[in-house]
Design a protein around this ligand. Structure first.
Ligand SMILES: Cc1cc2nc3c(=O)[nH]c(=O)nc-3n(C[C@H](O)[C@H](O)[C@H](O)COP(=O)(O)OP(=O)(O)OC[C@H]3O[C@@H](n4cnc5c(N)ncnc54)[C@H](O)[C@@H]3O)c2cc1C
Length: 400
């Protein structure tokens, strides 16, 4: 890949420099100059230039020796040194992929004060845990984290890089993929190594779950995927006295520049909001008819020890905050039990919940599309059915 400034067309206006997320462009003597060591070929400057003075040429074949890349890496998402549950699932599938490639499995963790994370991870069947610690990395911040992980990957060249399809994983990995100019398959539900070609076969639902697409990344490295939570089982601990090697990487403060400043960190207030980790989710849609009726959804969720979800219609109406939204523009969930109350089952909602183990739909319209994905359907008024269910379940569980 190549990028260059056409001198005759450039008048040094500086629009390109302002658009560059890498701060890789300087204007000198009315000419834009691109620092190719910093440029990640994101092409922001090409679009920003009104004079078509910057051109980028893209090669369609691999331009570097892909055999230099080896090993499977998992991004060890953490919060205050607590590793996210999806990471243990990625270790499980990552181990299989690494064994199939006869290579190492490593987890890379970015943050500050990561001793707890390192101690916990070392007990799993991983070869190495890479720790990159700095006070500036205490909280996730996309631009800074993206630059750091891209730098590590450029230097150490893993063949495969996996991350959870969490809110952080989705925003972070897309930045990293752009900086490394490689492909990223988001939201995977299946990963396997091709027997013939050794490539990573990345499968994900497409078109709202109507087809399963298998995607390859043959010409660039690493092959990158974000993976849905609860698709793969959690890895068991090594259990044979094996301890992963802990490798502390040297922080490079010059990578910590960012256009974003974290002013304050506000903790999530409601513990029930984390629908992604919940085994049981009871969701309400427009069919519950009034925001006060979310109380009955909450009661059913409480009786089942679950969390409360919602359709976008309910969120858009201001009935419940956005962190509860399930679907294409909300969260992707995969609980053991999903109960949809007064939700029609639009394709955008199904995209976020159709991989749940068991789906129960309560809807007064027998033709509602939600019944096509439901294992059990109750046709009727959810305002009557939900409280009845809650009473019955609470009685069976001996709750008051
Ligand atoms: C780009 C894009 C992204 C989107 N992202 C999402 C997303 O992430 N998540 C999401 O949910 N939607 C999303 N949507 C919106 C989606 O298309 C639907 O509009 C939305 O899911 C509808 O929500 P709903 O089922 O609650 O409401 P409705 O479609 O209005 O359905 C209400 C249902 O309740 C039933 N009902 C009514 N009264 C009762 C009663 N008393 N008892 C039982 N049933 C009753 C009705 O029969 C009906 O089926 C997106 C749309 C677009 C265009």
């Amino acid at each position: 890949m190549a990028i260059r400034v056409i001198e005759d067309k450039c008048n040094g206006c500086g629009l390109c420099a302002k658009s560059c997320p890498q701060m890789a462009i300087q204007v000198d003597n009315k000419q834009a100059i691109i620092d190719l060591d910093l440029c990640n070929y994101c092409s922001s400057c090409v679009s920003a230039c009104r004079f078509r003075a910057i051109v980028m040429e893209v090669d369609k074949q691999a331009t570097e020796d892909l055999t230099k890349y080896s090993g499977v890496w998992v991004y060890g998402e953490q919060f205050r040194s607590e590793i996210a549950p999806v990471v243990l699932e990625l270790i499980n599938v990552g181990r299989e992929l690494a064994d199939a490639r006869k290579s190492e499995l490593a987890v890379v963790v970015l943050g500050d004060k990561l001793d707890n994370a390192a101690a916990m991870l070392s007990e799993y069947p991983i070869d190495k845990v890479y720790l990159y610690e700095a006070p500036e990395l205490e909280h996730y911040e996309g631009e800074r984290y993206g630059r750091v992980l891209s730098d590590i990957v450029r230097e150490m060249k893993p063949e495969i890089l996996l991350a959870g399809a969490t809110t952080t994983g989705r925003s972070f990995m897309s930045r990293v993929a752009i900086q490394l100019y490689t492909g990223l398959t988001a939201d995977c539900t299946g990963l396997a190594i091709g027997e013939e070609d050794g490539l990573l076969y990345q499968t994900r639902p497409a078109y709202g779950g109507n087809v399963m697409a298998t995607i390859l990344c043959p010409y660039t490295r690493p092959q990158m995927s974000t993976v849905r939570h609860k698709v793969f089982p959690t890895s068991p601990k090594s259990g044979n006295g094996h301890k992963a090697e802990i490798v502390r990487l040297t922080a490079k403060p010059q990578l910590f520049g960012s256009r974003t400043q974290i002013l304050d960190f506000i903790e999530q207030m409601e513990s029930t909001v984390n629908i992604v980790d919940a085994d049981v989710i009871v969701s309400g849609g427009r069919g519950i008819q009034d925001p006060v009726n979310f109380a009955m959804i909450e009661e059913l969720a409480k009786a089942l020890g679950g969390a409360v979800g919602a359709s976008r219609a309910a969120v858009d109406a201001g009935w419940i905050p956005y962190p509860h939204q399930v679907g294409q523009t909300g969260k992707t969930v995969c609980p053991k039990l999903y109960i949809a109350c007064g939700i029609s089952g639009a394709v955008q909602h199904l995209a976020g919940m159709s991989s749940s183990d068991t789906i129960i739909a309560i809807n007064k319209d027998p033709d509602a599309p939600i019944f096509q994905v439901a294992n059990f359907g109750l046709v009727g008024d959810c305002l009557e059915i939900v409280p009845m269910l809650t009473r019955k379940i609470a009685a069976m569980r001996g709750q008051s």
